[in-house]
Design a protein around this ligand. Structure first.
Ligand SMILES: [Zn+2]
Length: 349
């Protein structure tokens, strides 16, 4: 039986040569080590072996089994490595090939305009606050000193969405939200979308962007002079150092006194042309000293605090700055239009 075992061993090892194929290795494994393989058969016939020889035979069987298993493991490992090598060689990566060109996108001109404006205000010490598009009557109208029958409420043609809620008609709700939550000193700008029931046209859109800004501190610390200084500085930074700025008395429910702000016409530089209707001026934003009733609505004592506020339409301002004649172009997403506007300000993440 010992001879028989040696034969099994030498035959198997001969078959498990260095160049043995995968199928040949598997054959040997099943024939010799398998459940009904040659070694199992030997163990079954152990009864025929004289008892004193059994331990030696058993030992030999285990030894051959271990030897063959180790040999198979080595050969299979080599085959796996060779297969991997072949695979890598076939899928060889050529790092010198040019990369695939991905066209680079750019920011929408309205987004660029907002970022440029915020960049200027940030440099002047304003912080930026995002407030909500869906608002209630109090924050969009009542707290801003619009009485229930105020004609401006009608004029603004609001989208009411039920449950006492509406889509904000201006970003002035940002003033109320921020002042309710905090105490002065405050210097804040609130950019965002606004909604009015206008048809999309050359000059109007039912959805548009505004930037609301305000500065509030103890009474006497923030005056109309600061309002003029901040807005003049902003308009010259945005439109160019030579831009002339003028303030005209006006009326808004939420400011007193109120001023509309004009800049010298960008097309004719103040000489008078068709676009500015020969006046030499273009209206650019509304502003004023915050009305005492607005302070009362947010729980500030108007005798204790004072400040100014302003709001400007982003698309209307972008039309002027970029020399675009039709508001609808901003909303059509025609790439031939959009691709004309390179980034004007670096993104400040
Ligand atoms: Zn002009």
């Amino acid at each position: 039986m010992k001879d028989q075992l040696e034969q099994i061993r030498s035959r198997a090892l001969a078959e498990l040569a260095d160049d043995a194929a995968e199928a040949a290795i598997e054959n040997v494994r099943v024939r010799v080590l398998g459940r009904s393989g040659e070694l199992t058969e030997i163990m079954r016939r152990m009864r025929e072996v004289p008892p004193e020889e059994r331990p030696a035979i058993g030992q030999l069987v285990n030894q051959i089994k271990a030897e063959l298993e180790a040999r198979i493991e080595v050969l299979q490992g080599r085959l796996r490595e060779a297969a991997l090598e072949r695979e890598l060689a076939a899928a060889r990566l050529d790092v010198t090939l040019p990369g695939a060109h991905l066209p680079r996108g750019r920011l929408h001109p309205v987004t660029q305009t907002i970022e440029e404006m915020l960049h200027i205000f940030r440099a002047m010490g304003f912080e930026i606050a995002a407030t909500r598009d869906v608002e209630d009557d109090f924050h969009n109208f009542a707290a801003l000193n619009f009485p229930p029958d105020h004609p401006a409420r009608e004029m603004q043609d609001t989208f009411f969405i039920g449950g006492g809620l509406l889509l904000r008609t201006h970003t002035s709700n940002g003033q109320i939200r921020v002042m309710e939550a905090r105490r002065p000193p405050l210097a804040v700008v609130c950019p965002g979308n606004c909604y009015r029931r206008d048809e999309l046209s050359v000059r109007a859109s039912p959805m548009f962007s505004q930037i609301e800004g305000f500065m509030v501190d103890r009474a006497g610390k923030i005056t109309m002079a600061h309002l003029k200084g901040v807005l003049t500085e902003f308009l010259r930074a945005f439109f160019g150092a030579g831009t002339a700025v003028r303030f005209r008395a006006s009326f808004f429910p939420f400011t007193e006194p109120s001023a509309e702000v004009d800049i010298s016409c960008l097309l004719c530089a103040g000489k008078g042309c068709r676009v500015c209707k020969q006046s030499g001026w273009t209206e650019i934003l509304g502003s004023g000293m915050i009305h005492p009733n607005v302070f009362r609505a947010v729980g500030y004592d108007p005798a204790e605090f004072q400040g100014f506020a302003f709001g400007l339409g982003v698309e209307r301002t972008a039309l002027l700055k970029l020399g675009v004649e039709d508001m609808r172009l901003f909303f059509e997403n025609d790439l031939r239009f959009l691709n004309q506007f390179q980034a004007t300000v670096e993104r400040l993440a």
